[in-house]
Design a protein around this ligand. Structure first.
Ligand SMILES: [Cu+2]
Length: 132
């Protein structure tokens, strides 16, 4: 009986490992570039407790604007590369931007309450602007 349980647990672990290898963006800390054509202007909704989209794809020289649909969230650049300005914890109706992204790169950001810098893709309140 004990032995059967152990092999079942092993099988489940193997399945779980397989799932993370095939790559959901929520299990990896590595920013996953979105597909499609970079846009000149993207709007990101700030909601409880996520950004929509989490991974806006913007052309070099394009803009991102964040609109607060829900309250009690910030848009805080992780840095390296950073973008400015940021927005402190703000409420529904707040707008940040449009912010111009003049240089290609991946600009990750987080909510200072519900996310942690450098954890984009972890499932907490994080996002990344991909400028291509
Ligand atoms: Cu938040």
């Amino acid at each position: 009986m004990q032995r059967q349980f152990l092999s079942l647990a092993g099988a489940l672990l193997a399945l779980a490992g397989c799932g993370s290898v095939t790559g959901s963006s929520h299990t990896s800390g590595t920013p996953e570039p979105p597909s499609g054509t970079p846009a000149l202007a993207v709007t990101v909704e700030v909601r409880s407790n996520y950004y929509n989209p989490t991974n806006p794809l913007v052309a070099v020289g394009g803009t991102v604007t964040w609109n607060w649909i829900d309250s009690g969230h910030s848009v805080t650049s992780d840095g390296s590369p950073a973008f400015t300005p940021n927005a402190p914890v703000s409420n529904a109706g707040t707008t940040l931007g449009p912010i111009v992204f003049a240089t290609a790169g991946t600009y990750s950001f987080h909510c200072s309450i519900h996310g942690v810098a450098g954890t984009y893709g972890s499932g907490t309140m994080t996002g990344a602007v991909f400028v291509q």
